[in-house]
Design a protein around this ligand. Structure first.
Ligand SMILES: Cc1cc2nc3c(=O)[nH]c(=O)nc-3n(C[C@H](O)[C@H](O)[C@H](O)COP(=O)(O)O)c2cc1C
Length: 443
């Protein structure tokens, strides 16, 4: 079955995987010296209608991925300020018997702050569903205007509404009037290049009292292809005073800081990178701390990193372009999620000896031992949660997480051949036990 994200997204699927070290701490990311990009640390926090998000990083809503287990897993690893549910049908929320919608909206105390994302086109239904979401204890409610899936668009939901701004206005008003928690919207830039509505939409959101906007900087027609057009995020930021969350193609801490520098956005939202590199949020935190230090040391202001970048090649992070090179078109986005080790996929230019001295550890890379702990923890959480599709999720995630583990192909095969969740866990334990015995990894 073709999924809505079965589309070229321009992400390199050929990540070679993890750090080369087979034991102990993996080598620090060696930052390339390419053309300096301006970099600005992701803000330490932002406030959305009274809810504090700290740091200003958001786990993007992803259907089939960001269930309660994955969300808590990301939260526990640290560095993620806000998590969001998968998009949930407002109609489904109101239908008493819709167990799926109820499951999507199930969350635990340690997930706060958390936002529930709804889709739908009927203002009354949306308002009632938002009321329920507020009653369930969510901190924020979000409207999805980005989903390109045909079955959602057909009912005028998701990105289908982007062609009908007055209809969006009615939903904005109905939901805003129904709840006290902050109401936000996540959208694409427009239906296609000829119908870019993002600035108008952001202004409308602001005037209707929404507390923040998030832009996935692509059109509906682009799907996941091409590059996210960050200039659209900058245009929205210029147009409104409410917080703007930038989204699209952040694959590294360097990308996150480049987006903030280029667009002035108040927070960054990360989607596809999170399942292949769940440490991304923590890495951003570490990288931003290093940038702030460098800024303070170099100019005392902590704002203009162009000097830091020019003075210190270690901060001259590049690579956004390089991940895109050679991206296979037509591959599935889920395949794109598979590889970790984006950094390893980047063709780093070789550095002159004088520059090597500048290399610094700016954020930690996971070791094989870290990956082992992560797979085990995540699988145990899935089993404990007793999700109906736990085995399928384990198989899906195994392919993302085990890239970079030496012998990972064998482990993936063993996992795919397993019939039950406990059997998968046993095979994972066996695999890493053997690696421990031969001293390949340390915990
Ligand atoms: C598997 C998958 C599921 C997604 N589901 C949703 C969703 O439920 N709601 C939504 O607003 N966006 C959804 N998206 C879009 C992401 O939230 C995000 O906007 C997009 O992936 C671009 O960000 P990225 O480049 O960081 O991945 C989904 C994307 C993927 C790959």
């Amino acid at each position: 079955m073709k999924k809505f994200w079965d589309n070229s997204c321009g992400v390199d699927a050929c990540g070679a995987g993890a750090p080369s070290a087979s034991s102990g701490r993996a080598p620090a990311r060696e930052l390339p010296v390419t053309e300096p990009r301006s970099l600005k640390p992701v803000p330490a926090s932002l406030t959305i209608g009274g809810v504090t998000i700290s740091p200003a990083t958001v786990l993007a809503p992803m259907a089939g991925v960001t269930d309660t287990v994955f969300r808590r897993f990301i939260r526990n690893l640290g560095g993620c300020g806000l998590i969001m549910t998968e998009f949930t049908s407002a109609d489904g929320v109101l239908r008493k018997k819709d167990q799926k919608a109820k499951r999507y909206l199930h969350f635990y105390e340690d997930e706060h702050p958390i936002s529930a994302q709804l889709f739908g086109s009927d203002p009354w239904v949306m308002a009632e569903a938002a009321r329920m979401v507020e009653g369930l204890g969510f901190d924020l409610v979000d409207l999805n205007l980005g989903c390109p899936a045909k079955k959602v668009v057909k009912c005028n939901g998701g990105s289908g509404l982007l062609r009908d701004l007055p209809a969006i206005g009615k939903i904005f008003e109905a939901v805003r009037g129904a709840v006290k928690i902050p109401f936000t919207v996540k959208f694409r830039a427009g239906w296609n290049d000829e119908e870019i509505v993002c600035v108008e939409l952001a202004r409308m959101a602001e005037s209707c009292g929404l507390a923040a906007v998030a832009l996935h900087a692509r059109t509906r027609e682009m799907g996941y292809s091409g590059n996210a057009r960050w200039e659209w995020i900058a245009a929205i930021k210029d147009a409104v005073k409410i917080p703007v969350i930038g989204n699209g193609d952040i694959r590294s801490p360097e990308d996150a800081c480049a987006m903030v520098a280029q667009t002035g956005c108040d927070a960054v939202m990360i989607g596809r990178t999170a399942p292949s590199n769940p440490w991304i949020f923590r890495q951003i935190e570490q990288y931003c701390a290093a940038l702030r230090d460098a800024g303070e040391n170099l100019n005392g202001e902590g704002h203009d990193f162009s000097r830091a970048v020019n003075a210190e090649p270690a901060l001259a992070a590049g690579g956004r372009f390089s991940v895109r090179n050679g991206a296979p078109s037509g591959a599935k986005a889920l395949d794109f999620l598979a590889p970790s080790g984006m950094a390893e996929a980047m063709p780093f230019p070789s550095l002159p000896a004088s520059t090597v001295a500048f290399r610094k550890r700016l954020y930690e890379e996971p070791t094989e031992g870290d990956r082992y702990q992560m797979i085990r923890t995540y699988f145990q959480m899935l089993i404990e949660e007793e999700l109906p599709d736990a085995v399928g999720k384990m198989k899906q995630f195994a392919s993302w997480f085990t890239h970079g583990v030496p012998g990972g192909a064998g482990l993936r095969k063993a996992i795919y051949e397993s019939k039950s969740a406990p059997e998968i866990l046993i095979r994972v334990e066996d695999f890493f036990e053997r690696r421990l015995v031969i001293g390949a990894i340390t915990l």
